[in-house]
Design a protein around this ligand. Structure first.
Ligand SMILES: [Zn+2]
Length: 432
């Protein structure tokens, strides 16, 4: 008798659940559906008008036409009429937690500082940042413990301290020690400081690359000169983390990068940041900058003794190198090398969030179409940083990280400034 009652209960439950939750469709429960919106999925060549983005548990389920006969009837509906959705922006070369305003060093190292910076990136639509070097240990804790979606923080990938061994033996030791933190990348600098110091030798960086690869971790290299870029790629490096700034890139470098499928992050705004504060920059009057910038930092950057720091040999060198850096970026782009959005924001006076928009605007001015810039800032950045299994496009199964704008960013990349909302894991980022 007991068994009969039990079976009856099971049958009744099944009947009711199919009546009330099965609906006419096969969609899961707990859908969040963003409706009546124009969407770029990060893959298509054009935007899809009058569409809906279906998400489930923070991930993309699919993009549907609003008139699709199978459109789900249940779910939480978020109306985005007259608005646009593009994938969340990915900064493939930033830095978190190393500075606070113009200050650096242990005094500013804290989880709170890292979190504040990730929240700032997120409010500007940068939903993922790959931090390439010199983060404090606290950043690893945030990376490993944060609930990025619930906390409204840009997702974080990072390299940890920039490695600087002097011998191949030291190289292996430094890499092994770093692996305790499970870094996403390793990072080195191949740079003589414009002749002021000795550059890491190919023998040493080859050893760092080999040791990193033994742990299945890719390596990003800071370079300035063409010859170093070639040598890094030949030695197995996985990312050229700045522009080539001394000579026009040639077919030898381009072919090497194409053969080995290596990307570049141009970091054009990094050059800007080296000299722009010698005088008061125009963007100090830009409302899009002022809505997040700390007035105290703006004030400090206008003090004559601070302005002085942005003059001299390095300032002159990088100011003069900027047009060439842009040309080199375009030469690579036109040759089919993937250019990933990367700014080097995060050190003092490289304003996180705002600089990513400035960088994208500079990429457009240099000759990329708005659609190409968007691709660099989403799908390509994810592919180049090897995080494309879950990020970079709005394809099924990936995180529903996206930016909602009022104007069409396909028409002009500056329209990304019309941010209405930012979502991470289909959850709205507070403060927009
Ligand atoms: Zn950097």
């Amino acid at each position: 008798m007991k068994l009969f009652k039990y079976l009856l209960a099971v049958i009744v439950t099944l009947l009711f659940s199919s009546l009330f939750t099965g609906c006419a469709d096969d969609y899961p429960e707990d859908l969040v559906i963003f409706t009546n919106v124009t969407i770029w999925d990060g893959v298509s060549t054009s935007m899809q008008e009058n569409s809906a983005l279906l998400t489930h548990e923070g991930r993309v389920l699919e993009i549907l036409d609003m008139n699709d006969p199978d459109f789900p009837e249940h779910g939480e509906f978020v109306d985005l009429s007259d608005l646009y959705i593009v994938p969340g922006l990915i900064n493939a070369h930033g830095h978190v937690g190393m500075a606070r305003g113009l200050e650096t060093g242990p005094d500013v190292h804290s989880e709170e500082n890292v979190r504040e910076q990730l929240a700032l990136y997120a409010r500007y639509g940068v939903t993922t940042v790959v931090s390439l070097g010199d983060e404090p240990q606290e950043a690893f804790s945030v990376r490993d413990q944060a609930d990025f979606s619930a906390d409204g923080l840009a997702r974080l990938f990072m390299s940890g301290p920039v490695l600087n061994p002097s011998t191949p033996e030291e190289a292996a030791g430094e890499v092994d020690a770093l692996m305790q933190n499970n870094p996403d990348w390793t990072k080195i600098r191949v740079d003589d400081g414009l002749g002021a110091r000795e550059k890491m030798s190919p023998e040493v960086y080859s050893a760092v690359i080999e040791a990193s690869h033994n742990h299945d971790v890719p390596l990003a290299a800071h370079i300035v000169y063409l010859e170093d870029a070639k040598s890094i790629v030949e030695s197995g490096g996985d990312l050229i983390a700045h522009s080539v700034r001394d000579e026009p890139v040639d077919s030898e470098l381009i072919n090497l990068m194409l053969e080995r499928d290596i990307c570049i992050t141009p970091t054009l705004t990094r050059e800007i940041s080296v000299y722009i504060y010698a005088e008061r920059p125009d963007f100090f009057d830009d409302p899009f900058f002022l809505e997040e910038a700390d007035p105290e930092v703006i004030e400090q950057l206008q003090q004559p003794e601070v302005q002085q720091r942005f003059t001299g040999e390095a300032a002159d060198y990088f100011r003069e190198a900027l047009p060439l850096a842009k040309e080199n970026m375009m030469r690579m782009h036109n040759s089919g090398i993937r250019v990933a959005l990367g700014t080097d924001s995060g050190p003092p006076a490289r304003f996180q969030g705002y600089f990513e928009h400035m960088e994208m605007e500079m990429m457009q001015e240099a000759g990329m179409s708005a659609a190409e810039v968007l691709q660099s800032a989403s799908r390509y950045a994810a592919e180049c940083m090897q995080i494309d299994a879950e990020l970079g496009t709005l394809e099924e199964g990936k995180w529903a990280d996206f930016v909602v704008t009022e104007e069409n960013p396909f028409d002009d990349i500056r329209n990304l400034r019309t941010i209405r909302d930012v979502y991470i894991g289909a959850n709205p980022v507070p403060g927009n």
